[in-house]
Structure formats: C-alpha cells, structure tokens
Ligand binder design. Structure first.
Ligand code: IVH
Length: 740
C-alpha cells in the first residue's frame, strides 16, 4: 500500500465509521452489524499503525464508545476537577492518616467523612443566581465537554436552587441504577440494538449524546459529593457542605458517615462493602475526606490529586489459570523483569494473558529480606496460578495451587546472564532486582532508553514513538542507536541513495513531517532534557529540582565532574558501612559505623566534597539519586559521550521558567531552619513551591531568604555572614499569605 492509497482508505474509513456512529447513537437505527463495525475500526487501526503520520485529526480510533466529542463545546473548569489517590489495603489508610498528621503536625482529633465511591462519571454543574447555567464532564480535568442540555434531562439535577450562593458549582457522579440498566438493555436487545457492557458504560454513553432527547430517554441518576467554584463557603466542614447541598435539593449518598478514628473509617468501609450487592448501583470503593475544610485548604493538592482525600478500593478481582512460560524483559536501566505468559483468562471483565512476576525472589517464594511469601511456595512453568488485577495496575501472579502442579514442573532458574546481550546480570547487595551489566552495549537497554528518550514527558517527538524507534534501531541504512542519531537522521538520509520518503510506511510528506518534528526539539527545556537521559532514580520531579538548582547543562556537568571523586568515596563508604555495621552490631560498637564513613569521605578534596554536598543540599535529591547521576554521567564514560554528542546536536537547552505567579516570593530561593510552629517543614515547602519559590536545604550566596524558627543554629549564622535576609515564621506567613 502506498502513502496515497493509505490516505484515501483512512478517509473512506473515517466517513463510514462516522456514518455508522450517527446511525447507531443519534438515530438509534444501526445500519451495519456490530461485527462489520468492529472490522472497520480494526482496519483503520492497522493502517494507522503502518502510517502513523497519516493519522487523521478526527481519527475514529481516538473516539471511545459513544463519544461524539466533536459535537460538544468545550468548557474550561474554573476549579480543576481532580482524581483521587487509591488505597488498597487497611495499612494504606493508616498511612494516609499518618501522612496527614505529620504534614499538618497535628496531634489532636481529626475527623474524616467516609462515603461510597460511585462507579459512574463525574459532572460539574454551575449555578449562577440559583439557575443551572452549565454542566460539564470532567474531560482531562482542566477542560471538559459542555453537556448542559443533557444534564437538564436528569431528574436528580435541580434546574433552580433557592438560597444558594450567587455562584455555586456542584460536583458529583452521574450513574445508572441496576434496575434501570437492565430495563434499558432489555429494550435495546428487543429492538435488536447493541447492549451496554455495564452500567458505567451505559451512563457515559447516555450522558454524552449529542441529541438530548436520547439522553432524556435514558434513566440516569446523580449523587452530589463535592463542589468547584463558590462565591461563598457552603460550610466549614465537608459534612456540613454535603448537608447544605442536600438542603438545596441534591441527592447525597445516605451511607456517608463521619469517622473520628482509623478504626471507624475501616468499620464504615466494611459496612459499605457488606451492603454493596444490595445497593442497587455500582460502587468500587469508599472515599475518605478530611472533614475540616480549613485543614483541607492547608493540605492542598499534588499534581492531580488532593492530599486530603483517598479512595479505598474494594479488593481486586481474581482468577485461576495456567502459567505457560516465563519471559525475561530487559528494561531501560538493565533490570531483568520476569513476565508470566498465561493461558488467557477473564479477570474482572478484562482478558489477561500477561502478568508480572516482579523478580527472582518473588518467583522463589521469598521477599526481599528472605522471609517466605505464599508460605514459601515457589512458582513454576506449568503451574496453576492465581491472577490478580486491581484497577489499572498491571496484573500480577498472586498465588499457586500446589495440588495441581504437574509432576515434571521444575523450579525456575533465573538467568544470570542477560537474555538480550549475554552480559553478566548481577544483583547488587540490597537490590531485589538483577540487572544486565551491558549498559549501552545491550540492545534491549539501548532501545528502552531511546523509547524513554522520545516519550511524552521527555523529548516528545511527534511521529517518533516506540514503534518507530524499534524500526530505526534495527535499520541498517539509517540506524538510530543513541539519542544524537535522531538529530542526524535528516542529514544522513540526504546522503543516502535509498530515501526514507520511498519506504513502506513513509512518504515524502511524512518524512518531511518527521524531520520537522525532530528539528522542533533542538530547543528543549533543561528539565525535559535531564529526565530524557533515563538515569536510574532520576524522575521528572527530581529532574526539575536539579534543573532549577543548576540552571544549565554546563553547570550541572561541571558539578558532576567535580563531585565524581566524592561520589565514588560515598559508594565505598556505603560498602564499608554495611560491613562495619555487621561487625559493630556484633561487638556492640555503633559509633564505629559513623566513624568509618567519615574517614573514607575525608579522602576527598574539599572541592569535590563541596560539590557533592551542594548536590545533596537540593531538596528532593538524595545520595542514591546523586551517586547514580554522578557515576553514570561522569566524564570519560560511554553515557557521557552519548550526552555530549546529543548536546552538540541541540541548539538550546532552555533553563526552567520561574513559575508564573504574582506572589511576592515567586522566584526567590528560600531556606527553612529551626522549629516551625504553625506548620510542618513538608507543608512549608509545598506551599512555598506552590507560590513559585525555590526551597533549598542549605544557605549559600544564592539564598534570598532564610526563614528561621526558634533553635535556628549554623544556618542563621551563615546567613548573617552572607548578608542573607532572615525572617521569622510569622513574617514568612504574612509574606506568603499575601498571595492568598
Ligand atoms: S471526590 C477532589 N467522592 O472518583 C476530589 N469522587 O477516582 C473529588 N468518585 O473523579 C472527587 N465517588 O468521578 C469523590 N464519593 C466520591 C466519589 C468520587 C466517585 C469519582 C470521581 C473522581 C473519581 C476519582
């Protein structure tokens, strides 16, 4: 198939699928069978996979189920619609409460609401002067779809409120009751139409109908459980706000309880779980929320979830099946991950044929400390195994049935060489993972590193995804083995006789598009550049912290090279410490442990130690990350060469932007020292950063402000030596609070 043919075929498919959608969803009169419809979608996907650059902006593969997204207006949420962090076990709930207490430094009573987590889709209803003026789906949390007309057809949603704040956004869940779902599906089946797989899909499909008269014919329900923009507070508590919403005419969940202890929270969880089957609608867990809204405000948000709430999910679903084989996958950092290949089995409505086996200890039936798990039962190829799936997490093999073990099943022997490159695969002390030592020589590591390099949060090169990386990696004419190769593609192609534009899967236009997309990334944000390098332990957040601190690759590279001897000594000290700890514990001489470390570190030059300590002073950068960064990228190594080659291809690595905020502390480097009395360090740091300040761990010439509580010691002295401004906690609160 040529590019031109593919393009024509994609256009034809888009039209046919759109027509089928319209007939099915809007006219309620399907023109083609489900099987034919699926075949059209599949063909479309196949062509898109072969010609990724030809994928249409209105591609049918981006439209899920009944989404006729192009028909709805967009609504930007004044207050973002967030999702929730998940808890799966009782201990996660205890942790949640402990974290909140330590974040707030709060020891007194703390109450939480506990309520069912409704399995539907969230909706935000905006009332102005008591009138329902807009209803919007969650969308990506920032922007949703305007479904006002459809929301008006839902009986649980009032059109007018009496005595409500001037502006009130009510948030809650649209769902379908079991009885309504069954009746709807019966009607559909009778009429020979497509039925819905579950109430959630039915609710989503019904709410997102372009034609509100169809939505009206679908029995939807709504529970209110939260709010967005408000012109005045509803109450001082979560429970009070929900009562207020009920008084205004919203349906709120009758199983909501106020709990004063973790035990009460867990008791309410069990009580709701026991009623789950008889509620008449689907729920998938229990949501706990801090009741005091002043505390909710102090706790605030992480990137996409509030710190003050958590969803405690009901246990995952389980199924038994046969373990057919164990494959070893080699990851970006060389980790050898065992993957179970299973006889396909349905777990909670999803067909599962692969599951993780974690690591060699897990297969052998012990945890990382050597203690038995599954009563010490190991897992063997041929075993009858239990597969477990929770939410979106990767399914795992949880248990094994020894009674069904085939006689010939032998204990699994974990490879000690890399299956991809043959290099020795070793386990460092304390690491549960065996790693290939091949580095960039190992094709699996090199390829995974490249995939990471082009991924969304890294260089994010349009038209260059995992599939294309695999293709270019194996290509003999135009190979891509290290990141720099991506940026020399066009130049090399121009000198080749066989052009990329003439290849299957490409064309003149798509080759040009790819080269343009690559050129676009020759200017890259420093934090993306750093994250893209795929250094072990270096995540997006730490990349940003490092980028903010050093400001440029040149400065970071210098710091790496200067700190290198100290980092090596640090690793040596770690080893010595482990040995000394064993000896000292036996002999009861603990002080020797610390002494051994000090002695070793004293071998480093002052300069090396200062650079090393500066790196460790960055909040969010610990010794594990710092030593990984420094030893991986130190001058003279393969990886450094690869980075230098990459840098030579880039035009600009842009320093991180100061956060756009009007706060008087935005852009300042702040250090906290001494005891804070009104909030914990964690809270102070999170708040300062939310206001655009940079929080550092130690005072230097770059420090703008030292916030000193009682007991401030050497940092305060250093600050006055350097002429850094010192303020107390109240002054800081006045300054930070001024931004609201
Ligand atoms: S509170 C800022 N309460 O679960 C927190 N959410 O996984 C806002 N959900 O997007 C959400 N029942 O669609 C809250 N009782 C409940 C809920 C609930 C269902 C949904 C909601 C949210 C998702 C997060």
């Amino acid at each position: 198939m040529t590019e031109a043919e593919a393009q024509a075929e994609l256009a034809r498919l888009a039209e046919a699928i759109a027509r089928a959608n319209d007939a099915y969803h809007r006219q309620d009169a399907p023109e083609i069978s489900d099987a034919d419809y699926d075949a059209l979608k599949r063909r479309n996907l196949e062509i898109e996979a072969r010609f990724p650059t030809l994928k249409r902006a209105d591609s049918p593969s981006d439209q899920v189920g009944a989404t006729l997204a192009e028909g709805f207006g967009k609504v930007r949420h004044e207050v973002r619609m967030l999702s929730l962090e998940n808890a799966f076990e009782d201990a996660d709930v205890t942790d949640f409460v402990t974290r909140i207490r330590s974040y707030l430094g709060h020891e007194g009573p703390l109450s939480f609401t506990a309520e069912p987590k409704i399995d539907g889709l969230s909706l935000s209803l905006r009332y102005e002067g008591g009138e329902l003026v807009q209803a919007a789906t969650r969308g990506d949390g920032e922007t949703g779809e305007n479904v006002t007309e459809n929301a008006r057809t839902i009986a649980d949603i009032p059109h007018r409120l009496i005595g409500a704040p001037e502006v009130l956004e009510v948030r809650g869940e649209v769902y379908m009751r079991h009885a309504d779902f069954a009746a709807l599906n019966d009607r559909a089946a009778e009429a020979g139409e497509k039925t819905f797989a579950n109430p959630r899909n039915a609710a989503a499909g019904s709410l997102r109908q372009l034609d509100a008269t169809i939505t009206r014919s679908r029995p939807l329900s709504f529970f209110a459980y939260a709010w967005g923009a408000l012109s005045e507070p509803l109450s001082e508590t979560q429970s009070g706000s929900i009562e207020r919403l009920a008084a205004l005419g919203f349906r709120t969940n009758p199983l909501t309880r106020l709990c004063l202890t973790v035990e009460e929270m867990l008791a309410q969880y069990r009580s709701i779980e026991a009623q789950r089957a008889t509620l008449g609608y689907d729920i998938d867990g229990v949501v706990y929320k801090v009741n005091d809204l002043a505390l909710q405000r102090r706790l605030g948000f992480r990137a996409a979830t509030p710190r003050w709430a958590i969803a405690h999910k009901f246990p995952a679903e389980l199924a038994w099946t046969r373990l057919e084989s164990i494959d070893i996958q080699v990851g970006r950092t060389g980790a050898l991950s065992p993957v179970a290949r299973l006889t396909p089995v349905t777990v909670g409505g999803v067909v599962v044929s692969n599951a993780t086996l974690h690591n060699e200890d897990y297969i052998a039936g012990r945890d990382s400390s050597g203690a038995p798990i599954r009563d010490g039962k190991d897992i063997r190829v041929g075993d009858w195994v239990q597969v477990y799936r929770a939410g979106d997490v990767i399914p795992k093999v949880a248990d094994v049935d020894l009674a069904q073990r085939p006689e010939e099943a032998a204990p699994y022997s974990f490879p000690e060489t890399c299956p991809e490159c043959g290099s020795p695969a070793i386990r460092e002390p304390g690491d549960s993972v065996r790693r290939c030592t091949g580095g960039l020589i190992c094709p699996a590591q090199a390829i995974e590193k490249l995939k990471h390099f082009v991924s969304r949060s890294a260089f994010d090169i349009e038209g260059l995804g995992a599939k294309q990386i695999e293709m270019f990696f194996a290509d003999s004419l135009l190979p891509v083995r290290v990141p720099a190769d991506i940026f020399t593609l066009q130049d090399r192609d121009s000198r080749n006789l066989a052009k990329l534009a003439n290849r299957d899967g490409f064309g003149k236009r798509s080759a040009e598009k790819l080269f343009a997309a690559i050129d676009d990334r020759r200017r890259i944000a420093f934090e993306r550049f750093l994250f893209a390098l795929g250094i072990r332990h270096l995540g997006e957040v730490a990349a940003k912290d490092l980028a903010r601190h050093y400001g440029s690759w040149a400065a970071l590279a210098l710091a790496i090279d200067t700190a290198h001897p100290a980092a090596l000594l640090h690793l040596k000290a770690d080893e010595a410490e482990t040995a000394a700890r064993v000896a000292a514990a036996e002999a009861g001489r603990r002080a020797e442990v610390a002494k051994a470390r000090m002695q070793i570190m004293a071998e480093a030059s002052d300069e090396a130690r200062a650079a090393w300590e500066e790196m460790l002073s960055i909040e969010g950068v610990g010794a594990v990350l710092a030593s990984s960064l420094v030893t991986t990228l130190a001058a003279g190594g393969h990886e450094r060469q690869a980075v230098d080659d990459l840098v030579a291809q880039l035009t600009e690595i842009t320093p991180p932007e100061a956060r756009a905020t009007q706060s008087p502390v935005a852009g300042l480097t702040v250090v906290f020292t001494g005891t804070l009395e009104k909030m914990t360090r964690a809270e102070a740091k999170a708040r300062a950063e939310a206001l655009g300040a940079k929080v550092a761990g130690s005072v230097s010439a770059k420090t703008d402000l030292l916030v000193a509580g009682p007991g401030a010691g050497s940092k305060a002295t250093r600050a006055s030596e350097l002429g850094v401004k010192v303020i107390d906690e109240d002054e800081w609160l006045a300054l930070a609070g001024a931004a609201g």
